[in-house]
Design a protein around this ligand. Structure first.
Ligand code: BT5
Length: 319
């Protein structure tokens, strides 16, 4: 724990009674000036901390943001080892990629409360206003590159599980990796990797989730506060990270087939009539979604046969 986190922890323990700078300094083995500096940094990050003679420092409010100090203390999983960031960045995926290239271990996470250059798949952009959370995790699965396609599905499943466990939320998955709430897009996933021919070096799993409705979000976006007005950002991030750690563990242990049933159960487009296009826009398959196979491929029934599609964009066919 850093001294700043220790100051924060001591302020939480002191509660409304407050704690003097002198007592804090003694407890943490630093000078009172150092305590004052840490308090100033915490205030800059959005913590509301008062200082009164006779009372000392009092923590009145914590920011509603994806700060490492807030998320870390809510995590149940010990898989996530190092959470960083929390403020504005261009893209947490860019930050996590740099860390992965520099050797950051699996379990490293970059957080942001807004992005100026949030990226979606295939060159699309991800609207990233304040009020959401932007999360990128470094993973180092010992698998072949071809298996990473189904890892994106595992990440989506993990988010759905985490949100269900923490908030009782019923989200749906839209293959390959959108998380929907009441049919609208709540979270998007972008996986990027570096690999040799037969071995993955690192994967960065990026997740954007809309927590509070904010200007700049597309009309098609869902937000957690549509259904839970009291929701806060840090518990949402902790829930999705816990869920991802859980689904990732199962995926590593037993491959996609270990989580296939649960993925399919949450597949919102099951039984729907869809068109699947490749990245050039050409139609790859059209028919009724029958589920996913053991490799995570979408099974589309065109009436005469079932095709297994490994990549593409799904649109619902209008009746
Ligand atoms: C995705 O792409 O859904 C992947 C999004 C991944 C974003 C995370 S945030 C943390 C990390 N850092 C990054 O830079 N990226 C990752 P795709 O399937 O291509 O969907 C993009 C489409 O979703 C856009 O073209 C819009 O139609 C829609 N969209 C954009 N922003 C949205 C938002 N905030 N909420 C819902 N839909 C959005």
């Amino acid at each position: 724990m850093t001294t700043r986190d220790a100051v924060l922890a001591a302020l939480r323990v002191a509660g409304p009674g407050g704690v003097s700078g002198e007592a804090l300094a003694r407890e943490l083995g630093v000078s009172r000036v150092a305590v004052g500096k840490h308090v100033a940094v915490l205030r800059d990050a959005g913590y509301e901390i008062t200082a009164e003679p006779g009372v000392g420092y009092r923590l009145l409010a914590v920011p509603d943001a994806p700060l490492p100090s807030e998320v870390t203390r809510l995590l149940h999983s010990e898989f996530w080892s190092d959470l960083r960031g929390g403020g504005e960045t261009v893209s947490t995926n860019d930050d996590a990629r740099s860390l992965a290239r520099a050797g950051a271990p699996e379990g490293t996470v970059v957080l942001a409360d807004r992005q100026t250059g949030g990226r979606g798949r295939l060159g699309r952009s991800w609207e990233s206003p304040e009020g959401g959370a932007y999360v990128s995790a470094v993973l180092r699965p010992a698998v072949a590159p071809a298996e990473v396609g189904s890892l994106a599905l595992a990440v989506g499943l993990g988010i759905a599980r985490g949100l269900e466990g923490e908030f009782g939320l019923d989200t749906q998955l839209k293959w390959p990796n959108d998380v929907l709430l009441s049919g609208r897009k709540l979270a998007g996933i972008l996986l990027e990797m570096a690999a040799e021919t037969d071995r993955v070096d690192w994967v960065v799993a990026g997740v954007g989730i809309n927590v509070h409705r904010a200007a700049g979000l597309p009309d098609t976006a869902a937000c957690l506060d549509d259904v839970d007005p009291g929701v806060r950002v840090a518990p949402a991030v902790a829930a999705l990270l816990d869920g991802i750690a859980n689904a990732y563990g199962e995926w590593l242990g037993g491959g996609f087939s270990a989580i296939r049933d649960d993925y399919e159960r949450r597949l919102g487009i099951l039984g729907d009539e869809v068109t699947v296009r490749d990245m050039t826009g050409a139609i790859r398959a059209a028919g009724i979604v029958r589920g996913v196979d053991d490799q995570g491929r979408l099974r589309v029934d065109d009436g005469s046969r079932i095709q297994a599609i490994s990549a593409g964009e799904v649109t619902l066919r209008q009746p």
